[in-house]
Structures are given as structure tokens and as C-alpha cells.
Design a binder for this molecule. Structure first.
Ligand SMILES: [Zn+2]
Length: 449
């Protein structure tokens, strides 16, 4: 028998829309069934009450771009203080040695880290398929089911290795035919359609420059035949613009358009170095952008034109990016980073903590093509993050929602996915985090032997 739960009168609430839920929300069968306005009581009969008078309530945060395997190579000496291309060249030989148990441990740990920071949905971009790891997506699905976040796993690809003038070692690239066969296999096997999906698949060449032109086109055809989304890295650095002009005689966005990817079923990681005319075209096409503030600062890549892209019509979401360029997987901290980096581009009254929270919730949901998550409204999935403001850093704060971001929250107290509690009192409910961390540390040590 289903029960109703009232998350009663939160200290503060961000719904990601204009609706009044000042007196909380009611959950039933994994869905939000009622918003309770200030000074009102629920209409539904209530079975259980969660008194949220010490909690700030947010829609579960949504991370739109990650490389979970990179949690094994955080702060690696060989890759410190480098620009994007030499950074990649330092890391590829290490990543090429990735083994199945390592990827499993990395996925479990990264998803847990995100969940503890209030993140209920994660898009991961996995593009490494060396001989030992041809079933990488299968491994990630099994780890995701264990931890319990919703996931959008993107079947990445690289088909241009060093032998063809590319950056990755030959052992990490696959042929176009093998890649396309496996894309179809994992879609058939794992992709869930419709509202409430826990596991979805998308197709994601690592970048347009690490695969053949044919593969870009064929991947788009395959994705559209299966009604799944497309993802890749684009316009991350100025170096990429020069590389692309030299290799194709085109700027990255022109190349993207030439292979049929300037479209609303595509989202791009970073999306920094676009000119005015390109921003307009992206907006008209409604192509989504995964804004990655920390990664862009670590690699000195630049600052995304978030507000112009949004004004032009592009959905903008937030992402922590891979853990070799962040090097944490903490979504609530990333909201703060987003506010800070955007304040360097825009005036203080043009971008607020509410903008940053919107990117991390509804904006991210739009980027992933979902309208069942990312906001607190009737009929949406019951994915929630609740934060307490009881640490030293919050003492003396006045506006709870602003304090959450400005004082630097880093850990959720309670997190719910699809109506099920996954985190309580700042701890994972179903998992021994010490055992997970021990296995992960051992995998990281073995990877660099
Ligand atoms: Zn990335």
C-alpha cells in the first residue's frame, strides 16, 4: 500500500519555478503530488511527516557531464599545471590501463560522492574502451544500480589514435564498425524511455576531432533512429579553434553543423569559445550546454557565455566534469563555483545564486531532455536534496537559500531519489563507504603502477 509523506515547512525552499511551496511538498508513489503553499495545510491525507524546519529544500541536483573513471587520477603529478592538450597527453597512457574492477570502483565512488552532495541524476561521458574494457557501459550500469542515482550513461568513442594523428594511444581507440555495433547493443540492453527512467543512454564521441567524420554522421543517424540524445565536448579552448581551422578549414561549430549535430537533441560539454553569431545559431537550434566552472578554471580554458546562450534559446545546465580536472565531484560546491565564475563575466546584479541553482536543477534537466525532474512541481519525480545550515560556516547567516551557496555548503543532510531516501544524516543509507573507499584507493594505486 502506498503512503504519503509530507516534507513539512522547510526553513527555505527553491522550487526552480514560480510556485509557492512554502509549507512543503507531499510525496506519494515516488512522485510529488502536492505543493503546500505558505500558511496552508495539505489536501492529501498524510501518513508520515518529515519536519524540515532546519532544512533548505532543493530539487535533486543534476550533473550533466562527468568522466567518473577519472576519480582514479585526481591530482596526478604528471598532469598538474598543464593546458588541455598536454594534460590529455599526460593522462591517456595511464587511462589506457583501466581495468573492469577499477571502473566499477570509480563509478560507485563518484556516484556516491555526488549523491552525498545532493546530486540525484548524473550524466557520465565514458569514451575509453581498451581491450579489457569493451563492456564499460555494462559495468557502469551495474554500479549505478547499486548506488541508486538516476544516470544518463553516454557511450563515448574514439576512432582516431596516434597512428592517424590523434592524441589518444592506439590501444584506446576502436574501429567505427565496432563502436556503432556496441552503441546499438547498449541502447537495446539498457536505455529506458519515458518518465521516471533510472538508466538512460546517449551516444557521445569524445570530441569531433577524436573520431572520423563518418563516425560523427553515423552516430547521429543511429541516435536518431533510436530516439536517444547526442553528446560531445566542444569549444573548450582557443587551441581547439586553431586545431580545427587547420584540420578542417572550419571553426568547431561549423564542423559540428556540417556533420548534422547542430540540433536540439545534442548537448555540448563546456561550450566556451563561441562568437556572437555562433551563440545565435546554437540558441536557434536549442542545442544544450553543460557548463563546467571548476574544470574551466583548473585548465584555464575560459568562461562560458551562459547568459547570452540562455537568452539565445540554448538550455544551460551545470556539471562537475571529470575528476582529473576538478578534482572533486561535488555538485553543491559547483553551484557556488558557477556563481563565482559568472560574476567575472557579468555584473553582480546580472547573475545571482538563484541563476546558479536554476542551472543545477531545471536547466540541467532541460539539457538532458527531461521534463520529469529538476523542479518541485506536481507530477514531477520525487528527487530531493535537503541541507542543514548547522556548520560553523553558516553561523551568522540570514537568508538561508543565499547562505547555502555563499557560505559554501558541501554536504547534503538527506537525499531522496524517486521517493526513496538514499542519504540520511549525511550518510549513504545502503552502503559501507569505508569499504568502497578502500577498494577505490587500491584501484587508483594499481592504475599508476
Ligand atoms: Zn569532459
Amino acid at each position: 500500500m502506498s503512503t504519503t509523506l509530507w516534507i513539512k515547512k522547510p526553513l527555505s525552499i527553491f522550487t526552480a519555478n514560480q510556485q509557492d511551496a512554502g509549507n512543503g511538498i507531499v510525496i506519494k508513489d515516488g512522485l510529488i503530488v502536492e505543493l503546500v503553499a505558505n500558511n496552508s495545510e495539505p489536501v492529501h491525507n498524510i501518513d508520515n511527516i518529515f519536519d524540515a524546519n532546519q532544512h533548505v529544500l532543493l530539487p535533486g541536483l543534476i550533473n550533466t557531464h562527468h568522466h567518473l573513471y577519472q576519480t582514479l587520477t585526481r591530482a596526478l603529478p604528471a598532469a598538474l599545471n598543464k593546458r588541455l592538450f598536454p594534460w590529455l597527453q599526460a593522462l591517456y597512457p595511464v587511462w589506457a590501463k583501466l581495468q573492469p574492477d577499477m571502473l566499477h570502483a570509480a563509478t560507485e565512488l563518484g556516484l556516491s560522492e555526488l549523491l552525498l552532495s545532493g546530486c540525484t541524476t548524473v550524466a557520465d561521458h565514458h569514451y575509453l574502451f581498451p581491450e579489457a574494457l569493451t563492456e564499460a557501459i555494462d559495468i557502469q550500469v551495474s554500479a549505478a544500480k547499486l548506488i541508486g542515482n538516476r544516470v544518463m550513461l553516454t557511450r563515448g568513442s574514439m576512432s582516431l589514435g596516434q597512428d592517424d594523428g590523434g592524441l589518444p594511444p592506439q590501444s584506446t581507440v576502436q574501429s567505427d564498425a565496432i563502436i556503432l555495433d556496441d552503441c546499438q547493443r547498449v541502447i537495446n540492453q539498457f536505455h529506458q524511455k519515458g518518465e521516471g527512467a533510472m538508466v538512460q543512454l546517449a551516444l557521445a564521441p569524445c570530441s569531433p576531432f577524436s573520431v572520423t567524420t563518418d563516425l560523427m554522421k553515423e552516430t547521429a543517424n543511429l541516435a536518431r533512429a533510436n530516439d536517444v540524445r547526442l553528446h560531445t565536448h566542444l569549444a573548450e579552448t582557443e587551441d581547439e579553434n586553431s586545431f580545427c581551422l587547420k584540420a578542417f578549414g572550419l571553426r568547431p561549430l561549423d564542423y559540428l553543423e556540417s556533420v548534422g549535430w547542430l540540433s536540439s537533441d545534442v548537448w555540448l560539454a563546456h561550450g566556451i569559445h563561441f562568437n556572437d553569431e555562433e551563440v545565435k545559431r546554437l540558441g536557434q537550434a536549442k542545442t544544450g550546454i553543460a557548463h563546467c566552472p571548476s574544470s574551466n578554471m583548473i585548465l584555464a580554458s575560459g568562461i562560458c557565455r551562459t547568459k547570452e546562450l540562455q537568452a539565445a534559446g540554448s538550455p544551460v545546465g551545470l556539471a562537475v566534469d571529470g575528476s582529473a580536472s576538478n578534482d572533486g565531484s561535488n555538485m553543491i560546491q559547483e553551484v557556488r563555483q558557477a556563481l563565482m565564475i559568472n560574476r567575472l563575466r557579468y555584473q553582480a546584479d546580472q547573475v545571482t545564486h538563484l541563476d546558479a541553482l536554476f542551472w543545477a536543477t531545471k536547466g540541467s534537466a532541460q539539457v538532458l531532455g527531461r521534463d520529469d525532474i529538476g523542479e518541485l512541481a506536481v507530477g514531477k519525480q520525487a528527487d530531493l536534496a535537503l541541507f542543514k545550515l548547522d556548520e560553523l560556516r553558516f553561523s551568522g547567516s540570514h537568508d538561508p537559500l543565499a547562505a547555502l551557496i555563499l557560505c559554501g555548503a558541501h554536504q547534503a543532510d538527506c537525499v531522496m531519489v524517486a521517493g526513496q531516501w538514499k542519504v540520511k544524516s549525511g550518510l549513504l543509507i545502503d552502503h559501507d563507504i569505508n569499504d568502497m573507499q578502500a577498494r577505490h584507493s587500491e584501484a587508483a594505486a594499481n592504475l599508476i603502477l
